[in-house]
Design a protein around this ligand. Structure first.
Ligand SMILES: NC(=O)c1ccc[n+]([C@@H]2O[C@H](COP(=O)([O-])OP(=O)(O)OC[C@H]3O[C@@H](n4cnc5c(N)ncnc54)[C@H](O)[C@@H]3O)[C@@H](O)[C@H]2O)c1
Length: 347
């Protein structure tokens, strides 16, 4: 007699739940069923490459939701999904993870994270990915929405702001349900460099980065703190400038090392922080790419700004007062996003 049967016999008899085979799965916490436990949330990740698969890893290891990895390549999402699933007994996490090439498997997801597309190689800017990723985004966004009409979309593919704008236009959803990931990553990089510089816990450091995800991003040192103390009081201005520049070039720094691809641990962790804020209705303020409708003087464009994320997705855009220089830098960043959006016809 197998262990399930043995347990079922014991508990089934005492609880009077035995089926015709003498087995009742009702008495077992986690029956070996293929059916999804519909009480759990479901997150689909489109693109089972480095960022997508690592995002699946973070979600499963935090036990946030069931995960579906979908990709155009046959076998890769299935293999990575199964491999990740087989790690969960060790990690003591009960979620389902599957890989697929079929959108039917993604049905009724609560959140769809889109990471599909090509990534940068050395010498390439994010903007070099524009046309290829525009075609991929146009293809996958509609398919994912058809399967999950109530999902909230988190866009990760680059060039980020232009891809978020593409998804927004293709999906036709309210802006609350289409949010771009960039600022969480950029500010995490800034926080890392500040913590290293001052030799303090990363937990003590908050940092804000505004604007598009690119060379024109605007790290806001004035609003960045260590245990509540503005970093402008802790780090000399010229050194701070160096950390800001390193942050703006943070993606390229990793690409240069990797040579065959771009960063994925921090990017996927950043996307999953957004997923968690939404699934847990945390009302967390995070820098995200949002479709601005006049906020910060910008209209009809995805740009990185402080956002409140909760169960409804983007629940609020927080407007902070910028200095003239900061506003000029933000406008410049928005102009760069607009230029890309114009090229692909989504401005
Ligand atoms: N927003 C950010 O801050 C940020 C950070 C890092 C990476 N990125 C971007 O995320 C994207 C993914 O990066 P990566 O390192 O995972 O790349 P990757 O090449 O490892 O993975 C991309 C995956 O997308 C898949 N794909 C391509 N077309 C598809 C389609 N039509 N449907 C489904 N899947 C498809 C590929 O087969 C591949 O598995 C890139 O565009 C990269 O630039 C963004």
């Amino acid at each position: 007699m197998g262990v399930y049967q043995h347990l079922a016999t014991i508990f089934g008899h005492t609880a009077g739940l035995s089926s015709s085979t003498g087995i009742s799965w009702m008495c077992l916490a986690h029956p070996p069923t293929k059916e999804r436990n519909i009480m759990r949330k479901k997150v689909t990740i489109v693109g089972a490459g480095n960022v997508g698969a690592t995002a699946a890893h973070w979600i499963a290891s935090k036990e946030l939701a069931d995960v579906v990895l979908i990709d155009v390549i046959d076998g890769v999402p299935q293999g990575k999904g199964l491999d990740l699933l087989e790690s969960l007994p060790i990690e003591k996490r009960d979620v389902s993870v599957i890989g697929t090439n079929d959108y039917a498997d993604t049905a009724n997801s609560d959140i769809v994270v889109i990471t599909a597309g090509i990534a940068r190689k050395p010498g390439m800017s994010r903007d070099d990915l524009l046309n290829t990723n525009f075609n991929i985004m146009s293809d996958v966004a509609g398919k994912a929405l058809a399967a999950s009409p109530n999902a909230i979309f988190i866009i990760v593919s680059n060039p980020l702001d232009a891809m978020a704008q593409t998804a927004f236009k293709k999906l036709g959803l309210p802006r609350e349900r289409v949010i771009g990931m960039a600022g969480v990553l950029d500010s995490a990089r800034f926080r890392t460099f500040i913590a290293q510089e001052l030799n303090v816990s990363v937990e003590n450091v908050t940092a804000f980065v505004l604007g598009g995800h690119g060379d024109t991003m605007v790290p806001l040192s004035r609003y960045s703190t260590v245990a509540g103390i503005p970093i402008t009081e802790l780090i000399p201005a010229d050194r701070l400038k160096e950390l800001e520049t390193r942050t703006a070039n943070g993606g390229a720094e990793i690409v240069k090392y990797l040579k065959t691809g771009s960063a994925y641990y921090a990017p996927s962790a950043a996307a999953v922080e957004m997923v968690e804020a939404i699934l847990k209705d945390k009302k967390k303020i995070l820098p995200c790419a949002a479709y601005l409708q006049g906020e910060y003087g910008i209209k009809g464009l995805y740009v990185g700004v402080p956002c409140k994320l909760g169960a409804k997705g983007l629940e609020q855009i927080i407007e902070i007062k910028l200095t003239a220089d900061e506003q000029t830098a933000l406008n410049k960043s928005a102009d760069a996003v607009k230029e890309l959006c114009t090229v692909i016809g989504v401005a």
